[in-house]
Write a new protein. Structure first.
Length: 122
């Protein structure tokens, strides 16, 4: 099932695309958990990882698909930016798993994994 994005995720995406670390950090709860290329727990560590993974690399995001899965959101996003793309597919589509509570992101896991293609032979 596809669904619209909650306002806090819209704010998150806009902050990434604007390169605004303060606005981006503000989308997370104080005790948030974030994984991308590393794992961060708590707002200080989350902010540092956001800076390294998104802001420093001038990442931009373009949403391709949104799925509500029992209240958590799975968002497939096209990524671009100033990072080493030599071993990555073009376009780079990654999956973000968002958990929200009280209008903030409490968990965000960003992974690179293509969707399963049941029609493709083993």
């Amino acid at each position: 099932m596809s669904t619209a994005l909650p306002a806090i995720i819209e704010e998150h995406l806009a902050a990434v695309n604007a390169g605004d670390l303060d606005a981006l950090t503000a989308t997370f709860a104080d005790d948030a958990y974030f994984t991308a290329q590393a794992e961060a727990r708590g707002i200080g560590a989350v902010r540092a990882l956001l800076a390294r993974e998104f802001i420093d690399n001038h990442v931009t995001m373009d949403v391709r698909e949104v799925i509500d899965h029992h209240g958590d959101l799975i968002v497939r996003i096209k990524y671009d930016g100033d990072y080493d793309k030599s071993s990555l597919p073009d376009p780079l589509i990654m999956t973000s798993h968002f958990s929200l509570r009280d209008g903030k992101i409490i968990t965000l896991s960003v992974i690179f994994v293509p969707p399963f293609d049941a029609a493709r032979p083993a």
